[in-house]
Design a protein around this ligand. Structure first.
Ligand SMILES: C[S@@+](CC[C@H](N)C(=O)[O-])C[C@H]1O[C@@H](n2cnc3c(N)ncnc32)[C@H](O)[C@@H]1O
Ligand code: SF4
Length: 498
């Protein structure tokens, strides 16, 4: 069966207009028990492999929060911005149910509904559980998830387990209250505001208790940690060990986003976020013990689509009210499509294993690792024009194989505004965002970017269109090795400034 194009809405396929979105890698999936694998293999956040195929959505039903984090300001919204805590439209549970079913019917690859704010879902238990209750009854084929700071988690575990929720994310930024006091100015606990170390200590205890209770019930837990340089960066490897020991399945270390205009304490105080290298180094240092999520896009609390894609504008409440949804027939169509995707993923995995076995006798390369940037719109293949990419996926090729590392966002230069605020062209800025990469693989590329990429020391490559990403990356790596390019030291980062 031919899989539908993920960006295509039924309106688009009927000739209307279309618009432009943990984890464990597929290698790691191979080592999971059947039960856990069935929970993660079509979850775009829990499986790196799945995020190329399956989409997620968040419904913003939870406005209030029971703590304050120094990096969060839910009042600042920009519809062009994809950032946690940001929403365009707050929904009632009834609206959230309608929206979820409309999206699931129109984007059959949408497998997961999460509630992640804009505040804390468990600080809004009636709205959150009403939404889950109705969805588990009316749309039982959708996986339900929740993301929480953990303060109200222990008292909510029983209720969560009633609604078919087998994934919970807890944000745990520290296990030391002294560090916690630098992140959380206060918590609201037993009808009182509790400040400083005392508040942080209660929060940490509740998070750890909630984590243990979820693990005991077999609910998969992902831990989110915001990396805040100079505050908790040196501490997060210890957090990773502790949460793993208590049963967390996955650790997602995310960079702090702090801009003065967002009006957060950190933004105003000039607290910086980590560099790409600092983030990757920390993720690597945690990864010995833990499954690390590296493909998180730090979604808005009302995100819709593949990770990295936001199709929220297609599903505003006024548009949804005008849609006629027959969820029974939508569910049948979804099932067929999910099975086809699972089959495609399975055969790609099997082909990869077979290919690796056929190369097993080849002498191992003795070359340095290389980062490559990939333009893709999903399905695990190189299928995007350089100029259409809103983000690039970054892979590392080395003698040990190919692994996904991160993503880099870019402003769309093709068809978009040509200059950025600082006078640099959008194309120059895009190329600068690829610093450290030595090749870009895309389906097509124009003369101008080709030229500028070469000048920046990045090899443009449009020869692997529609090929599986990892195979193409390895093929280019071997070509670079054969051409003797990997005997030299890696180019300096500055070279990537066109
Ligand atoms: C908006 S929160 C909503 C769920 C819940 N209140 C929580 O904090 O876990 C979703 C995630 O975004 C993260 N987040 C919020 N603001 C952030 C920022 N400025 N930089 C990085 N991560 C942020 C939170 O730490 C959390 O992991
Ligand atoms: S717990 Fe979540 S919603 Fe509440 S202040 Fe922190 S990031 Fe914002």
């Amino acid at each position: 069966m031919e899989l539908p194009v993920i960006n295509e809405t039924p309106a688009a396929s009927a000739g209307g207009c279309s618009s432009h979105s943990c984890g464990t890698s597929d290698d790691q999936l191979g080592h999971l028990s059947d039960e856990i694998r069935s929970k993660v293999e079509n979850h775009p956040c829990y499986s790196e492999d799945a995020h190329h195929y399956f989409a997620r959505m968040h419904v913003a039903v939870a406005p209030a929060c029971n703590i304050q984090c120094h990096y969060c300001n839910r009042k600042y919204d920009c519809s062009n911005e994809s950032r946690p805590g940001v929403v365009s439209e707050l929904l009632t549970p009834d609206q959230a149910v309608k929206k979820t079913m409309a999206v699931a019917a129109n984007i059959p690859q949408m497998t997961v509904l999460g509630i992640a704010g804009p505040g804390d879902p468990l600080a809004n238990p009636e709205r959150t559980f009403e939404t889950f209750r109705r969805l588990s009854a009316e749309a039982p084929d959708i996986k339900l998830c929740v993301s929480t700071n953990g303060l109200a988690l222990p008292e909510s575990v029983e209720e969560l387990s009633k609604h078919n929720i087998d994934h919970v994310t807890i944000t745990i930024n520290c296990v030391d209250p002294e560090i916690g006091a630098q992140i959380y100015p206060w918590i609201f606990w037993e009808n009182k505001r509790i400040k400083g170390v005392k508040g942080a200590k209660i929060l940490i205890e509740q998070q750890q208790k909630g984590l243990e209770m979820l693990a005991a019930k077999g609910i998969l837990v992902k831990v989110n940690s915001v990396m805040i340089p100079g505050v908790n960066d040196k501490h997060l490897a210890e957090v990773s060990k502790i949460v793993k020991a208590k049963g967390a399945f996955l650790h997602n270390v995310m960079p702090l986003i702090a801009e003065a205009e967002h009006g957060t304490f950190y933004g105003v105080m000039g607290q910086r976020g980590p560099t790409q290298d600092e983030l990757m180094d920390l993720q690597d240092s945690c990864s010995g013990d833990m499954n690390m999520m590296r493909h998180c896009r730090q979604c808005r609390a009302d995100a819709v689509g593949l990770l990295g894609e936001d199709r929220g504008d297609e599903f505003t409440m006024d548009k949804i009210e005008a849609m006629e949804i027959d969820y029974q027939s939508a569910m049948e169509k979804r099932k067929v499509i999910h099975e086809a995707i699972a089959e495609e993923m399975h055969s790609k995995r099997a082909a990869k294993v077979e290919k690796a076995a056929s190369h097993a006798d080849e002498p191992k390369l003795n070359t340095r690792p290389v980062l490559m940037a990939i333009a893709t719109s999903g399905q695990g293949v190189i299928n995007m024009h350089f100029g259409h990419a809103k983000e690039f996926l970054i892979y590392e090729a080395s003698p040990n194989g190919v692994r996904f590392m991160s993503h880099r966002k870019t402003d769309l230069y093709c068809g978009g505004d040509d200059t950025c605020g600082d006078g640099e062209s959008v194309l120059q800025q895009t190329i600068r965002s690829l610093a450290g990469c030595e090749a870009v693989l895309c389906s097509k590329i124009g003369y101008e970017p080709w030229d500028l990429l070469e000048k920046a020391g990045i090899v443009p490559n449009g020869e692997h269109a529609m090929e599986p990403i990892e195979e193409a990356v390895m093929a280019v790596y071997k070509e670079m090795a054969a051409a003797g390019k990997l005997d030299e030291a890696a180019p300096q980062e500055e070279r990537a400034t066109a």
